[in-house]
Design a binder for this molecule. Sequence first.
Ligand code: CUO
Length: 680
Amino acid sequence: FDRPNEPLVTPKGDNNAVFQLTDEYLTDDYKSNGIEINNRFTGNATDLIPLENLKRVPKFTKSRQLPKNSDFSLFLPSHQRMADEVIDELMAVPDGDLNQFLSTCTYARVNLNPQLFNYCYSVALMHRRDTRNIPIANFAETFPSKFVDSQVFSQARETAAIAAQGAPRTPIIIPRDYTATDLDIEHRLAYFREDIGVNLHHWHWHLVYPFTANQREIVAKDRRGELFYYMHQQIIARYNGERLNNALARVKKFNNFNEPIPEAYFPKLDSLTSSRGWPPRQSGMKWQNLNRPVDGLKVTIADMERWRRNVEDAVATGLVQLPNGSMRPLDIDTLGNLIEASVLSPNRDFYGDLHNNGHSFSAYMHDPTHKYLESFGVMGDEATTMRDPFFFRWHSFIDDLFHKFKESTHVPRYTRSELENRDVKITSARIESSGGETNTLNTFWMASDVDLSRGLDFSNRGAVYARFTHLNHRDFQYVIEAQNDGDANRGTVRIFMAPKFDERNLPWTLSDQRKMFIEMDRFVVPLNRGRNVITRRSTESSVTIPFEQTFRDLSRQGTNPKQQSLAAFNYCGCGWPQHMLVPKGTEAGASYELFVMISNYKLDAVIQEDGSEMSCKQASSFCGIRDRLYPDKRAMGYPFDRPSSTATSIQDFLLPNMALTDITIKLQNATEPNPRNPTN
Ligand code: CUO
């Protein structure tokens, strides 16, 4: 299943086949035309997987209509309906009957578009009781063409064809600047927008939090609407901080839907599914009314403006209109579902599908009516959308709707008792870098290898590495000293960072700076009576997953497939990549403020509903915990999610249980090879 570009067919009755397919599984192409089918695995197969006759053969009435060489996007209504249909079938196989499940998946894999299959299979693995501990294959390895320069692939094929099996492989170098030059100022942010780990995180987040499915419980996860707001708000905050580090102003929200868009994007990606290039977007293009029957997409800019007005009314009045005309109070979770829109939106007719359609408008500016038979641009795919500068302009517009709500009178300001933690006082907070410096974070560039071979249809097995350059930082730790004059108890440590100055190099007002604070970590600690020294390593962050988890560090797993799957076990891919935890900073040193708070755990604690084993809890700040309640009772982003009633600067905001420390982020503008690279 991990090799989407290879057929699954094997000759009938071949006992060396990995998948022993019977006629039932074969598509008409192979069933009746007399082609003699070679078994690609003959002689190599050691583990045989017999398939059962299906107790229920899925019809796949809608989903079969998507051609196998078509690209797939969840933002398209017709594709959503296809995915809903397939997910229903995969979920309908009785719990515990893994042979039937595997056989049904095989049938789906043989008969359906590979991208559609991969999405539905991943959702099913994640949501079925009997498969929830099975790791999802790394999407960048399965579909590498969504993540790396298309020129890599012809070189990769050459390498695979020439190099002998088992011979050492030299990596193919992906240049750092392959999508544009610095003549385009937006290109300064390419290292952020095109980072493989960042895009994988975003894709994985949407896989964990689908906005559509016929089975409500797949969508209706704890606070998923609020998390849609918060995770994307943090992406915008991080991006704005990076812009300041690159001498650019914060991103301008896309406010006028009829305005030409100056930021262009030329992705230089090819789709290996459709064998076509991803369409570029030129400077000065505009949104156009969309009428693409093939995608089930008929939506006008006037629709978008109407939905926007309705959402803005809900934000201004603090009330949601229900389909029967009655009103109910608006909350942040409902607002998230309503704007996205997910199937939990309380009134989809009235509030429409604002955010998702924004992606579609942006993705189809080059062919709004399907006149040229063109597919969507990168904005139309959750795995590629963050590459485009326009993603951030669109999501700044979305973010601003949420901020307007948080700034309205419908969201009460925090009282002092909601912010303070009586008896607890932070006496100092500092950062110790592994390089030995205090309150300085060190960033640099690193060259790392990814294995592309799964996503490529090579006959010659073996790894094919691509070496790409990404931001990284030296490990560090926080050291926090706190005095507790009360009884022993617990506290939640909340760590944020923001640039100290705005784009004009002036100190921030709190109303702006609060939107710039990026969450670095959040964790619960015991507080003894008296003096406490809390240390926490940067690698333990509740925001990130380790590098090996983002990229599935093959170098450490050996070549034995069994070893590999063991090492990949418990792999949960949602989480901000650890290598992007720290903003780039500047060579001269960028001034940042480190904010640390210890809040009262009694007001933070969440009682989980059941005691089942926890999995995927690492990156809980952005991804929640699988099958559990979001592990913090406070509003997401607390204490910066809403304006302060009194403070105008961060200094005014501080209470004894908080601390603010000046820190510097220094970039060493040189590239180091990743010591874990298998090709070193
Ligand atoms: Cu994540 Cu617009 O929701 O891309």
